[in-house]
Design a protein around this ligand. Sequence first.
Ligand code: NAD
Length: 319
Amino acid sequence: MKRKILINDGLSESGKKLLKNYDFEIFDQHIQQDKLIDFINTNSISAIIVRSATKVRKDIIDSCASLKLIARGGVGMDNIDVDYAKKNEIHVINTPQASSLSVAELVFAHLFSMARQLFHSNRTMPLEGDTNFKKLKKTYSHGIELRGKKIGIIGFGRIGQEVAKIALGIGMKVLFYDPHIEDKNICIEFYNGKEICFKLTKSKLSDLLKKIDILTIHVPNQKKPLISKDEIEQMKEEIIIINTSRGGIVNERELLKALNNKKVKFAGIDVFENEPKPSMSILMHDQISLSPHIGASTEEAQERIGIELANQINIILNG
Ligand code: NAD
């Protein structure tokens, strides 16, 4: 009999095709959280594939004897009781590498957009572009270039290092802070096979905060905000802050205060304290460039995630 896999939060077409080729039967549908146990047991599901939306907690692990594998398409596993699953001999896998470049590119999508206030002009041009063109031209004529600016990267793992590559490539100066990394060789590969490497050495956090023009954060979930009142106070006037890591890593209340008193010039935010219902003060703020937690959501990253998960599931369940 074919082993059955529930794809609860979607998977790329290539991932699904590969799973079928490996002779799995797939259920590609979203089952509501409170109906999951029933569905898994009724259909003898061997593996469940989730992103961040579905929670796979102790209740499911305890109640579903057929479940042998939990797969997370992406990085963070906050939605899965990983240790408890492993204790119960359930495999837990994810795809930590697959989306790093996509998140890093989103950092720069926000950054370029803020440098020239595009995120803002895209809100006002449809309303006033035909009646107030000259006024808008004046408003948006104070952009900045990124070349030569200092970017501080807190958290220098997979995504932090991809951000560094892009930053170096466009002529920015890169400072990083990470408690677990002293120095790192960052190599930028070009289309013609050539590469240039830079050896970067860790800064003290307090030095980094004082020196940088732009801050971007790439750390795992923390118990308390990493960037709050004290840290913002140490930064230069008109700093730009980007958070694509996890909601709550930047204290939203303190960020709003600092935006209102212009200490922070702009913020680029992909992740929110209260997802999926972010605070209206953040959503309506006209110095914030917004995206709805889409860091990993590119065609390419989703392709890599689908293929990587299908291959891992095949190795684990089919041997
Ligand atoms: P990673 O594990 O490769 O790197 C994280 C780094 O942070 C590590 O090097 C670690 O030493 C460092 N770190 C931990 N605590 C720190 C602290 N207090 N101060 C400074 N550095 C600290 O992780 P990654 O793959 O680079 O992912 C980083 C974050 O991005 C995660 O929170 C992940 O959930 C998030 N993420 C977001 C999206 C999105 O859609 N926006 C997509 C993927 C990942």
